[in-house]
Design a protein around this ligand. Structure first.
Ligand code: TYC
Length: 116
């Protein structure tokens, strides 16, 4: 049978060992790049109840009650704080879940993400 690849690209090995390599480069490197990570931030405001923020941190960010209270208090005192660091899609989903819960609860709570 006629090998079309040899006709088009030439032999893929330098069989004679006396010339430049020919053929199509097919070397691949394993896909091991680490995904970019994103920090999910919670903003303070004067109206959202502390208990609501704690419930968000427990329900959406899977924090214990103690950790949730600590994070909430940190945001309350400093103005902004980190809820967690995730891949983009996870971070984006959590921000959307917080904003949706805040809207449904009638609270002005704001949540954003930034590159970690
Ligand atoms: N500052 C709010 C209050 O005093 C509580 C609060 C904490 C609101 C954290 C938002 O991200 C927040 N009720």
């Amino acid at each position: 049978m006629i090998d079309l690849n040899r006709i088009i690209a030439g032999p893929d090995k330098d069989e004679a060992g006396d010339g430049p390599e020919r053929g199509v480069a097919t070397k691949t490197r394993p896909k091991t790049k680490k995904p970019s990570m994103y920090r999910v931030l919670l903003m303070n405001d004067d109206y959202t109840p502390m208990e609501f923020v704690v419930s968000i941190l427990m329900g959406i960010f899977k924090k214990t009650q103690e950790d949730a209270y600590t994070i909430m208090l940190n945001v309350h005192q400093k103005g902004v704080g980190t809820c967690g660091i995730y891949t983009f899609e996870v971070a984006e989903t959590k921000v959307a879940q917080v904003m949706d819960a805040a809207k449904r609860g009638g609270h002005p709570l704001q949540c954003t993400l930034e590159k970690a």
